[in-house]
Write a protein that binds this ligand. Structure first.
Ligand code: ADP
Ligand code: CA
Length: 416
């Protein structure tokens, strides 16, 4: 029988994959959204909308949710919105529904806490320093340039800047501080709830630049056992800004590299206390060999793009697992390591600059290609795109499925 689940603050109203999974299973999604944000009521499985001030008045939002709970008859609550992960953990606890530990949810939102926990567990993390709002900006002891400067509580690469020498450090830190104060303020304030406080909230991190190709592992934990469902290639971005560009799974990694990634991911989930639910785990392979953890998000990635890639390349309904787990329903057996049977990808239509969007050319040829599964566009003609490191949004995604990795690489080359 279908479940009734609250989905909290979906970011991108044009990414349908979670909704399609829910509809296929007969679930209904109650769409919680913040004031001033819209909810994708047009997508399949969308049920009633509920406006709650999740980001600006989280405690009041919890009270309102609790008051509405019996009428809503929710079986579970979940989110794939990075900034909403801590509130959703608190909401699940408040309603007596399954959910992740609130302190684990905060650790997964704060890159400084995350690094401390990974390091304590003996995992590979970039060498780093955390600069609180009052800390002096000095070249980080023990770090050599290039370094990466970024917000401790950011997402979507907003304010992530590579700096090549000591001369550029102060400017980059000031830019990230400005992003913390403006764009990220509502999402990185100290969430005084349940006695849990974020340790590194609203700070800046300066860390070594890990040179090597980037990968993402889509993981799912059940009772503390971590299943790495898929590993995907994310390009080899060199900066200075880190716009997303490509996602293609499964890459032709040697077996030792796959095991090393799985080991870091499983260790990372455990170190954060993520014993249940999804983990969107980003790593770079230093020197092409050693996986170094960049971060783990306690959610399905890319507003549901990870659902597409996992399902198309492995046949596993990733979102379906999370829906069932959120309601405490039994789960199927899952493999511990990836078992792909096809390739799947996402190609992010590149902006290549800033200005006013006129047109995205060539989409009809893309639609006619047999490997194309979906074309999703997010910016309409006339949209004004601000210069990086500000983040306006991506023009669109092109999602595809291929017989194998090689065909996926050729297809992405053709798109480019
Ligand atoms: P966000 O939460 O904004 O996604 P990330 O830490 O994931 O922040 O950084 C975004 C991107 O910037 C990464 O996917 C990676 O490409 C690049 N990046 C971040 N930190 C480093 C690092 N220490 N070394 C190399 N690249 C990095
Ligand atoms: Ca990231």
């Amino acid at each position: 029988m279908g479940l009734r689940l609250a989905l909290v603050c979906q970011r991108n109203n044009n990414v349908p994959f979670l909704f399609e999974s829910a509809a296929a299973a007969g679930h209904e999604l109650v769409l919680i959204h913040a004031p001033g944000e819209s909810a994708p009521g047009h997508l399949p499985a969308a049920g009633p909308l509920l406006e709650l001030d999740v980001f600006d008045a989280p405690d009041a939002a919890l009270d309102e949710l609790e008051a509405a709970a019996s009428a809503l008859a929710l079986d579970g609550i979940l989110t794939c919105r990075e900034e909403a992960v801590p509130w959703t953990a608190l909401a699940a606890r408040r309603l007596g529904l399954p959910g992740i530990d609130p302190s684990a949810s905060l650790a997964a939102r704060d890159k400084a806490t995350m690094r401390a926990r990974f390091a304590a567990a003996g995992l590979n993390v970039p060498r780093h320093v955390r600069l609180g709002p009052e800390d002096a900006i000095a070249p980080p002891p023990g770090l050599t340039f290039p370094v990466v400067v970024k917000p401790t509580g950011g997402y979507s690469s907003q304010g992530v800047i590579r700096v090549d020498g000591p001369g550029g450090l102060a400017d980059a830190v000031e830019r990230v501080r400005a992003i913390n104060a403006d764009d990220l303020r509502a999402y990185t304030r100290d969430p005084v709830a349940d006695g849990v406080r974020g340790e590194g909230w609203g700070a800046v991190i300066v860390e070594e630049f890990i040179d090597g190709p980037e990968y993402v592992a889509e993981a799912f934990a059940v009772d503390g056992r971590v299943h790495v469902l898929s590993i995907g290639y994310k390009g080899d971005p060199k900066g200075p800004h880190f716009e997303e560009s490509v996602y293609l799974a499964p890459p032709p990694l040697p077996a030792e590299a796959v095991s090393a990634v799985v080991e870091q991911v499983a260790g990372g989930m455990a170190a954060l206390g993520l014993t249940e639910g999804p983990g969107h785990c980003e790593l770079r392979l230093r020197g092409g060999k050693t996986p170094v953890l960049l971060e783990i998000g306690a959610r399905i990635g890319g507003s549901g793009v990870s659902q597409f890639v996992v399902q198309e390349s492995t046949g596993i309904d990733y979102a379906g697992l999370q829906f069932r787990q959120a309601a405490g329903a039994p789960l199927p057996d899952l493999p511990p390591t990836p078992e792909p049977h096809a390739a799947a990808g996402n190609w992010i239509i590149p902006l290549g600059g800033h200005g006013r969007l006129v047109e995205i050319a060539g989409l009809s040829a893309v639609a006619a290609h047999p490997d194309t599964r979906r074309i999703l566009t997010f910016l309409d003609p006339g949209a004004v795109v601000r210069p990086y490191p500000a983040f306006t949004g991506y023009p669109g995604f092109i999602l595809s499925r291929h017989a194998d990795w090689r065909a996926g690489v050729d297809y992405h080359r053709w798109l480019a």
